[in-house]
Design a protein around this ligand. Structure first.
Ligand SMILES: Cc1cc2nc3c(=O)[nH]c(=O)nc-3n(C[C@H](O)[C@H](O)[C@H](O)COP(=O)(O)O)c2cc1C
Length: 198
């Protein structure tokens, strides 16, 4: 059986990046719990041509590949730096090219970083509604880190670390339950059983 494909996408415009580092920590925590093929992309992988593309047909190849990887994934880890109180414009621009039906029911870990703690709820007020539009299955524990939560470029704050582990466990449980259901024999519903008995 093929491994679940988990795709991370973060909207950082620089490297090193706290947003990418947070997604890497999430990917590591997920990878410790689930056997999966995990790939991470960021805005630098998409390239500057993304901003100039006004339709999917005009997407440069690197950005198109990321959109396709997102659409084809079994689960996502997404992250954005906070810019002016929300996810970045380019983060939204990339997701504007994602097929509306492609993320239905797809598990998504939400994450963001900001300069301070003031905009910590961006994960709830900006990211969760966007993935609600897609009818994605957002993981209950979203993760936000501010400058003070990082040391040497990695998230070290105990609270952030705990949320990373929580989010990873919740995603792993969901993937595990889905895998078990996919392998389980078909269950006859009580309604069908009753109908056939009559
Ligand atoms: C244009 C711009 C706007 C920003 N706006 C906010 C903001 O509204 N709130 C906040 O907490 N941090 C804000 N920041 C700080 C970044 O969110 C923060 O430094 C982030 O962790 C950078 O992530 P990165 O290291 O992945 O690039 C802003 C930074 C830039 C460049």
């Amino acid at each position: 059986m093929s491994l679940p494909r988990i795709v991370g996408f973060t909207a950082n415009l620089q490297r090193p990046s706290k947003t990418r580092a947070l997604a890497e920590s999430l990917a590591e925590a997920v990878g410790a719990r689930v056997r999966a093929e995990i790939r991470l992309f960021d805005m630098l992988d998409a390239g500057t041509g993304l901003g100039a593309a006004w339709s999917r047909d005009l997407l440069p190849l690197p950005a198109r590949r990321i959109v396709e990887a997102i659409e084809g994934a079994d689960a996502l880890i997404v992250g954005s730096p906070v810019y002016k109180g929300s996810y970045t414009g380019l983060f939204k621009h990339l997701f504007d090219f994602v097929e509306p039906s492609a993320l239905v029911g797809k598990p998504v870990i939400l994450s963001a970083t900001g300069g301070g703690a003031r905009h910590a709820l961006v994960v709830e007020h900006s990211l969760r509604p966007l993935f609600g539009f897609f009818s994605a299955h957002t993981i209950p524990s979203a993760v936000y880190g501010s400058d003070a939560d990082f040391r040497d470029g990695v998230p070290v704050d105990a609270g952030v670390q705990a949320r990373i582990q929580d989010a990873a466990s919740q995603l792993a449980d969901l993937l595990g339950a889905r895998a078990a259901r996919a392998g389980a024999p078909e269950v006859t519903s009580p309604v069908a059983a009753f109908a056939s008995a009559g």
